[in-house]
Design a protein around this ligand. Structure first.
Ligand SMILES: [Fe+2]
Ligand SMILES: [Fe+2]
Length: 438
């Protein structure tokens, strides 16, 4: 990375380190970011260190202005934004019942023959605005995706300015030739989802005449062909705990009633036996972090067959074999939250819910950020052709790490892994790779 490349971006990977899942801290980071852009802190520190060169020092009034900016941006605005966003009402949850011509279910393919190859680009925790997110976006574009789907988290709190900069201007989300969608994440909800629902979603969705985006009408949707359904869910709308004591009060990411009704009444209203791939921000289980299993338990009451489920939220890449939490659904879990944040490495899988299901994860060190080792950012390229789906997990250098192929039987509802290949021999394998598709 050259100096020039770093300069273009307002943030770098170092700024994103140690971001705990706390709305209070996330709002503080947003304000720190705004303050840093207004005030050249490095120059200020240099001025103060070289205090003997009095001629270079700022005048008392300039320091007074700095103090004013600090108090205004870092302290008062932080508290104001935090309090307003945490105690105010969430953005209402949009659903499809108010849409006369849109039920949130869209065709992947255009040809009736059903043998068209459809390419879908996926990345999670990507919208950080850093150089690495920019590179990942460019690598995703090389796949020439028909559709792209962001699996959530616009940093730090998904304000309108952050959405503008991290998706459309400083860093650009790779838009699909037929459509682009964004899943809701906890960071979007730190600002009550307002900018996510009002500013991001209207600029996405399916592309209509003259390739204009029709707007994504809700935070959940389904893309389908005759054999597969790729269903994106909003696990973030209920992802926040009680204000101020968020760290102590844990939300369970329960799926909204509107989504469950949509799944029952719209998506699975007939006894449909297509293969299912769920996409969401939060993990159903994890070998590394606390999991949010509630949606998987809710889904088991709607669908009673094993599915593939690709999630994000954890800033790493990991692949699991078929796993189940309590009486929740049976899931082949895949984590791709390594889109644009410092990738967490060096944490051995521990006692968590998914430890017994973990098959492979990427623990390679890419570089040091702020003196701490970070892993490789990356994304996934999915190809759907008829009854076959291939998912290719790639790193920021656009090198394939792992690839898997599945076949769906739309008469029985069963999905079957027919091929899995390790492309990056340095991935950490916990058990035999074929267990991931068995
Ligand atoms: Fe995240
Ligand atoms: Fe997240």
């Amino acid at each position: 990375m050259t100096k020039g490349q770093e300069k273009k971006h307002n943030r770098n990977l170092e700024d994103m380190r140690d971001l705990h899942r706390s709305p209070l801290q996330a709002h503080n980071r947003t304000q720190a970011d705004l303050f840093r852009r207004k005030v050249d802190v490095e120059e200020l520190v240099e001025d103060l260190v070289e205090f003997d060169e009095l001629a270079d020092l700022k005048s008392p009034s300039e320091y007074a202005n700095l103090l004013k900016d600090f108090l205004s941006i870092r302290v008062f605005s932080w508290l104001r934004h935090y309090l307003a966003s945490r105690f105010g009402a969430r953005h209402p949850f949009p659903d499809y019942t108010t849409q006369s011509d849109d039920n949130g279910v869209y065709r992947l393919d255009k040809s009736a023959a059903g043998d068209e190859e459809i390419r879908i680009g996926l990345a999670g925790d990507w919208a950080s605005g850093v150089y690495e997110a920019d590179v990942v976006g460019r690598m995703m574009r090389k796949f020439q995706p028909h559709f792209t789907i962001h699996l959530g988290d616009t940093y730090f709190v998904g304000t309108q300015q952050e959405i503008e900069e991290n998706f459309f201007s400083v860093v650009k989300w790779p838009l699909g030739s037929r459509g682009s969608f964004a899943v809701n994440g906890n960071h979007e909800m730190y600002a009550k989802g307002k900018a996510y629902f009002e500013y991001l979603l209207p600029r996405l969705g399916m592309r209509g005449a003259e390739r204009t985006f029709q707007g994504q009408k809700a935070s959940y949707f389904c893309l389908e062909n005759d054999h597969w359904r790729i269903i994106a869910l909003d696990t973030a709308y209920h992802a926040l705990g009680i204000p101020i004591v968020e760290k102590l009060s844990r939300a369970n990411c329960t799926l909204t009633g509107a989504q469950r009704r949509w799944l029952k009444d719209e998506v699975f209203k007939t006894d449909d036996k297509r293969g299912v791939i769920f996409l969401s921000h939060h993990q159903y289980f994890s070998a590394f972090e606390t999991a949010y299993s509630r949606p998987g338990i809710q889904l088991a009451r709607i669908l009673d067959r094993p599915v593939l489920w690709i999630w994000a939220h954890e800033h790493r890449m990991a692949v699991y074999k078929k796993g189940q939490v309590g009486d929740g659904m049976e899931v082949y879990g895949r984590c791709i939250g390594h889109g644009g944040m410092p990738v967490e490495i060096g944490y051995p899988p521990d006692k968590r819910s998914g430890r017994d299901f973990l098959v492979a994860y990427d623990d390679r060190r890419s570089r040091f950020a702020d003196g701490h080792p970070v892993g490789y950012n990356g994304f996934a390229n999915m190809t759907v052709k008829g009854d076959e789906v291939t998912i290719d997990y790639r790193d920021i250098e656009n090198q394939s790490m792992l690839s898997e192929t599945w076949v769906a039987n739309n008469a029985t509802g069963q999905i079957r892994g027919i091929d899995i290949q390790l492309k990056q021999p340095e991935l950490t394998l916990v058990r035999g790779l074929t267990e991931a598709i068995s």
